[in-house]
Design a protein around this ligand. Sequence first.
Ligand SMILES: CC(C)(COP(=O)(O)OP(=O)(O)OC[C@H]1O[C@@H](n2cnc3c(N)ncnc32)[C@H](O)[C@@H]1OP(=O)(O)O)[C@@H](O)C(=O)NCCC(=O)NCCS
Length: 506
Amino acid sequence: MGDRNDRVPMMTGRTRRSTIGPTPAGGNSKQANGSKQSSAGEKTPSHPSHSNGKVKKEKQVHEPVRTPQERSKICERLSCHVLQESLLSSASGYSNYRGILNWCVVMLVLSNARLFLENLLKYGILVDPIQVVSLFLKDPYSWPAPCLVIVSNVFIMAALYTERRLSVGTISETTGTFLYLVNLTTLLCFPSATVLTLTSMTPAGGVFALGVYTILFMKLYSYKDVNMWCREIRHTKARTLTRSHSCPSVAQSNGSAVHAHVSYPGNLTHRDIYYFVFAPTLCYELNFPRSPRIRKSFLLRRLFEMLFFIQLLIGLVQQWIVPTIQNSMKPFQDMDFSRMMERMLKLAVPNHLIWLIFFYWFFHSSMNFVAELMRFGDREFYRDWWNSETVTYFWSNWNIPVHKWCLRHFYKPIMMRGANKWVAQTAVFLVSAFFHEYLVSVPLKMFRLWAFMGMMSQIPLAWFVGRFLRGNHGNAAVWISLIIGQPVAVLMYVHDYYVIHYMSQS
Ligand SMILES: CC(C)(COP(=O)(O)OP(=O)(O)OC[C@H]1O[C@@H](n2cnc3c(N)ncnc32)[C@H](O)[C@@H]1OP(=O)(O)O)[C@@H](O)C(=O)NCCC(=O)NCCS
C-alpha cells in the first residue's frame, strides 16, 4: 500500500500511458487506475511481454515498425482512464460554474415571476407614476428641494474666492483654513436646518437636497486639499503638479487620452470648478483624464438604460415593497418575533433586487452617461465587489468614488500621522456612518441611529468574516449581510416613521 501511495501523485494519466508502451490490451486499465501500475520489475503472469524479456523481443520482431507518434496513438486508444477527481469535489480545482450560474438566474426569474404574479393577483396594479411626483412635491407651486440645490452655488463661489485669495497670498493659510471650516460647516448645517424647518419639504425631496449637499461637501473638501498640495509644491519650488500624477492613462475603449494641461493657479476658474462639480468623481484633480470624443451610441444606450431602470425601480417599489412594508407594521407593533422574521425575509428579496438594479442604474448607466457627456475619462466607478470574500473588500470596491475620497482625504492622512490601520478604518467608518445617518434621519425628521449603527457594525463584521471565514464562505457571508442587513434597517425606519406619523394621529 505504502508503495502505491508514494507513486500515485507522481503519475499523470498521459505519462503513465506512455510508459506502458507496446503492452497489449488488458493491462492498460489497471495502470490508468493508478492502483495496479505495472512497474518494470513487476511480474504479471497473464502478460508475458512484461514478465519475460525474451517473449517481448520475439513479439517485437513480428510487429510492423511504428513511428513514436503512431505508438503513442495506439497507447492512447488502449487506456481510457486517468487519475482524477470528480468535478464537484473541491480537490479537482474545477471552477467553471457558468452553467450553474445560468441555472441560478433561470431559477431566480421563475421564482420571482411566481411571486410577482401572486402580488398582482393579491393587490392588482399599484404602479402610479403621478404618485412619485407627490413624493417630491407637496405643493406644485413650491419647489423647496430644487431651490435649496440652487443655493449651493454660494458655497462653490465661496470656495473659489478663498482659493484665489490664498493663491495670491492676500490671506494666510490659517485664515484660508478658517474660511473653509466656516464654509464646509455651513454647507452641512444650512441644508439640514432648512429641511428640518420647512414643512413643504418632503422626505424624498430632503434626501435629494441633502445628497447633493453631501456630494458637494466631499468635492469642496477635496478641492481644498488638492489646491493646498499645489501651494506646498509651489513653495518647494516645483512649479506644477507632475503630469504622471494628474493624468493617468485612459483605457483603450475610451479612446486615447487627451491632455489639456493646466497648472496651479491657472485652475482657479469658474469653468474648472464647475467641471469638477458636475464630473462623476469626488476627488479633485487639475488635469482629469479626458476621452477624445463623445460616443453617441454609447451615450444613447446609457440614457435608455437610465430611463428604463428608473421606471423599473419606481414600479417595483410601488408594486412590491410598499405592500410588504404595510403588512409588516402589525407584527412589529405586536412584537410578534416569528411574524417579524417572516416579513423581514419577505422584504429581503425585492429589496435586494431593487438594490442591485439601483447599483447598475447609478454606478453604471448614470455615471457613465454623465462621464461620456463630459468626456470624463476615468470610468472606474465600481470594481468586482460581487466577488468580495471579506467585508473590507466589499467597502473598497462597490462605491469607488467614495472609497477613493476616503482613502485620499481621510484614511491615508490619518495613517501618515502615525495612526494604525484599525484606528484609521474605524475613523473612516465613523465618518461614513455619520453621513449615512445624516442622509436618512434629517429628511425623515426622526433620529434613530439605525443607519449609523448599521455602518458601524461593519467593523466587527469585517473582523469576524476576515478572522473566521475564507473563500466561498466569506463571499456568502458578505452576500447574507447585504441581503438581510438592508431590509432590517429599512423596516426599522419605516416602522418608527409609521408609529410617529400615523399611530399618533389615529
Ligand atoms: C477604510 C477603507 C478606506 C480601507 O480601505 P482598504 O483598501 O482596505 O485600505 P488598505 O489598508 O488596504 O490601504 C489602502 C491604501 O492605503 C495605503 N496605506 C496603507 N498604510 C499607509 C500608511 N501608513 N501611509 C500611507 N498610506 C498607507 C496603502 O498602500 C493603500 O494604497 P493603494 O490603494 O494606493 O494601494 C475602506 O474600507 C473604505 O473606503 N471604507 C468606507 C467605505 C464607505 O463608507 N463607503 C460608503 C459607500 S455608500
